[in-house]
Design a protein around this ligand. Structure first.
Ligand code: GLY
Ligand code: MN
Ligand code: MN
Length: 439
């Protein structure tokens, strides 16, 4: 009997010869294996940001390290991300040297470990593909960083080492990039440190159209979560179950994580500013304070609404709520280019003081929002168009188990401001209508 060839055996197909494995050029980004911007913003936008930073540095040499670890709650270093878009490259560094004749910017990646590739996914050999994918003319391995910094400092006329921050308190560890600059300056004669820690916070706090598109979407997704939560809340429900309503909506709409640990607190928990156990049963007559925001493509949203668990404000709850809402409106009315944080704080404070709740309001009125919920920015400088800030006054009366905070994300525009979260119900009647299924 003649043996059947494998191809003729029923149900069995022979695999065609495979082409030699090759790395195709990235086109245009998000190619598996290449270190390349992960989000909707292309490498050319990050390159333009680096060029702006190089121009502002003017002279000298700066280094920015990526996070040592990413995942399990650790995110990329946000200055590194802002300048590269590389969300997933840990153990990397960026070298900026505006006076260097050949390479004003260089990217350094951690060593390639071919066995690790089988456990954590493919990372390619360095080459043109990596440089195109990352958007850098020069990509090297981290073992060359030390020599490259020294070379760049020697190319700087004044041998300047430029510190781009962060500035931390004396009890915090000395930031790695400051320590590295000091170590270099101890070894290169006549080199000196220059402080430029304000450059990146100033740049990062003014958002371009690409960032604003992402942030609008983040707020929109968070708004959907609030509508779902308003409809779902009822006496007897647990705070954690209400948190899950938000998160189910976020995950179903493209947000893979929260921008911060959510606060969902009812009754007395509305008065605990950083309450985050979120596990108490919500009772009839309670208010519930929900401070919840999704993260979308690395950008944060940060929204708070306070509403009655049973869907109807009591007269006292409505009275306190109205004071906070008026404080919110007074502060938002001040938001425009040139306004100072002091003016915003005073506007909310004046309303709350006049209502007799001075001691029940004990935090500041807001902060910058961006890649991080409390994002980089200089609160001692006036507001500028493109900034996104929160306005979030509150009144917390613990003896009555009655806390209210209202928080929105506000874009500073050329003319004044735009409340990005304006579609999320805020007025008492709007909240009650949505809870009653009418909105
Ligand atoms: N969710 C933190 C804050 O409101 O600042
Ligand atoms: Mn906030
Ligand atoms: Mn918040």
């Amino acid at each position: 009997m003649q043996h059947e060839s494998p191809t003729s055996a029923p149900g069995l197909r022979v695999r065609a010869p495979q082409p030699t494995p090759n790395i195709a050029p990235p086109a245009p980004w998000n190619v598996e294996g290449y270190p390349t911007p992960t989000g909707p913003i292309g490498p050319e936008v990050y390159r333009a940001r680096r060029q702006r930073l190089l121009a502002q540095m003017g002279t000298g040499v700066a280094v920015i390290f990526a996070a040592e670890q990413i995942g399990h709650g650790e995110r990329q270093d946000l200055d590194f991300y802002y300048l590269t878009g590389l969300e997933l490259e840990h153990g990397a560094a960026l070298l900026l040297a505006p006076e260097h004749p050949d390479f004003k910017e260089q990217l350094f990646l951690r060593a390639l470990d071919v066995e690790d590739n089988r456990w954590h996914g493919n990372r390619p050999l360095l080459g043109r593909g990596v440089e195109l994918g990352a958007g850098f003319a020069k990509v090297k391995r981290m073992n060359l960083l030390a020599a490259s910094i020294t070379d760049a400092v020697l190319q700087s006329k004044e041998r300047e080492l430029v510190y781009l921050g962060p500035v931390v308190g004396y009890t915090s560890p000395i930031p790695r990039q400051l320590q590295v600059l000091r170590d270099v300056s101890a070894r290169v004669l006549h080199s000196k440190l220059r402080d430029a820690h304000e450059l990146l916070p100033r740049m990062r706090s003014v958002h371009d159209e690409h960032e604003l598109a992402i942030m609008r979407r983040a707020v929109e997704i968070t708004g959907g979560g609030f509508r779902a939560a308003l409809r779902a809340a009822r006496p007897g429900m647990n705070e954690s179950a209400l948190q899950a309503v938000f998160e189910a909506h976020f995950r179903a709409h493209g947000s893979h994580s929260n921008a911060y640990h959510p606060i969902v607190g009812a009754g007395l928990n509305t008065c605990v500013l950083h309450y985050n156990l979120n596990r108490r049963e919500m009772r009839d007559g309670d208010l519930v304070l929900c401070d919840v925001g999704c993260e979308y493509e690395m950008y944060a949203s940060d929204i708070t609404r306070t509403f009655p668990v049973n869907g109807r404000f009591t007269p006292r709850q409505a009275e306190v709520y109205t004071v906070v809402l008026n404080a919110w409106k007074a502060a938002v009315a001040q938001v425009r280019p040139g306004a100072t944080w002091q003016q915003l704080n005073d506007a909310a404070r004046d309303v709350i003081d006049a209502a007799g709740f001075s001691d029940e309001y004990f935090h500041s009125v807001g902060h910058f929002v961006g890649l991080y919920v409390h994002d980089a920015g200089l609160q001692r400088e006036p507001l500028r168009p493109g900034m996104v800030i929160t306005i979030e006054p509150g009144v917390y009366i613990a003896r009555e188990a009655l806390g209210v905070r209202i928080e929105d994300d506000i874009l500073v525009t050329e003319e004044g401001c735009e409340v990005l979260s304006s579609a999320i119900p805020r007025e008492i009647e709007e909240l009650e209508a949505v809870m009653a299924g009418r909105g």
